[in-house]
Ligand binder design. Structure first.
Ligand SMILES: [Zn+2]
Length: 319
């Protein structure tokens, strides 16, 4: 199996959000990719600058990134000219990126030009930024590409923020991961999410399970759904009893604590996300946790409850 490490540079509306084309907020202006075989040995490169069609002037942020090199957009080909070549070059590969955005924006650009998506559903890929954090750090930190290169003391002989050089540096970082570390920590792309119950996505990892739900009209409906709210122990498939019901922790996150007689405490987390059609879907993870971590969830709930009480009495006192 081959891996394609993809890196895109994109431009956005130069005059701000209010003038942007809402179906294409980020227009791809450069495609860089490195192909690796199953031993992470490089077997090819793809690099092309894309002539912009929607935003012909560069946003100041894009300018900062491309200022360091002289990009000739005038002689470049357009996205619709380049993309068939690129996609056939990618054939039968697993995609790797630095961060979760590139495949989403690639699919949005394809949809804008009514080009049929070659990607399967669900689209499973490898976010090397996330896997780097899982293997070398705390799972939560997200380093910039350059700082990960520094962390591993890799040579920095070419400039960053060129689509090909960023794909190349990502490939160097991949060589410091094992195939197992990469394959065991896949991600799912959220550009296309399940349309109905049948399409719902279930993924099993070493230490947790993840579920991506169908759409709901409101956040409340999502949280009331029996499948979304359920806490089935992923080790024995039996219903784990809730010790702390789902409670809001932040505006779109919910936590809960469940207990399986056989496998102990399970921490539940739901993130609600909005789709482009305004509907909501849930990303639920369930993870086995220690009694100490279970206690932290209880503590968190109590703190949130107390804060709410305090706020209420404070605003009442002011009236
Ligand atoms: Zn169990």
């Amino acid at each position: 199996m081959n891996y394609i490490i993809l890196d895109l540079e994109w431009n956005q509306c130069p005059t701000g959000k209010e003038d942007e084309n809402s179906s294409l907020p980020f227009e791809i202006i450069e495609i860089g990719a490195v192909r690796l075989d199953e031993t992470f040995t490089e077997t090819g490169q793809f690099h092309e600058v894309v002539k912009p069609s929607v935003y012909k002037k560069l946003h100041y942020k894009t300018k900062e990134i491309v200022a360091l090199r002289s990009i000739d957009f005038a002689s470049a080909r357009t996205f619709t000219e380049i993309i068939p070549e690129f996609l056939s070059w990618c054939q039968d590969a697993l995609f790797c990126t630095w961060g979760p955005a590139d495949l989403t924006e690639l699919q949005r650009n394809l949809a804008y030009y009514h080009i049929k998506s070659p990607f399967p559903f669900p689209l499973i890929y490898f976010d090397i930024q996330k896997i780097f954090s899982i293997v070398y750090e705390d799972r939560k930190t997200r380093r910039s590409l350059e700082s990960a290169v520094d962390f591993l003391r890799l040579p920095k002989n070419i400039a960053f923020h060129n689509a090909l050089s960023d794909a190349y540096y990502t490939s160097l970082i991949m060589k410091h991961l094992t195939a197992e570390q990469v394959r065991n920590n896949s991600s799912v792309d959220y550009y296309r999410t399940p349309q109905n119950r049948r399409q719902e996505i279930y993924l099993t990892y070493e230490t947790y399970v993840k579920m991506v739900s169908k759409p709901f009209d409101t956040k409340t409906q999502a949280m009331k759904d029996r499948v979304v709210a359920s806490t089935v122990c992923y080790k024995c498939k039996k219903n784990a009893q809730k010790k702390v019901r789902w409670f809001p922790a932040g505006s779109r996150n919910y936590l809960c604590l469940a207990y399986c007689e056989k496998h102990g405490y399970l921490k539940g987390k739901i993130r609600l996300r909005q789709r482009s059609d305004g509907k909501y879907y849930a990303i639920k993870t369930l993870k086995a946790v220690s009694p100490e971590e279970a206690y932290e969830i209880i503590e968190k709930k109590e703190i949130i409850k107390l804060k709410r009480k305090l706020k209420k009495s404070f605003t009442n006192g002011q009236n």
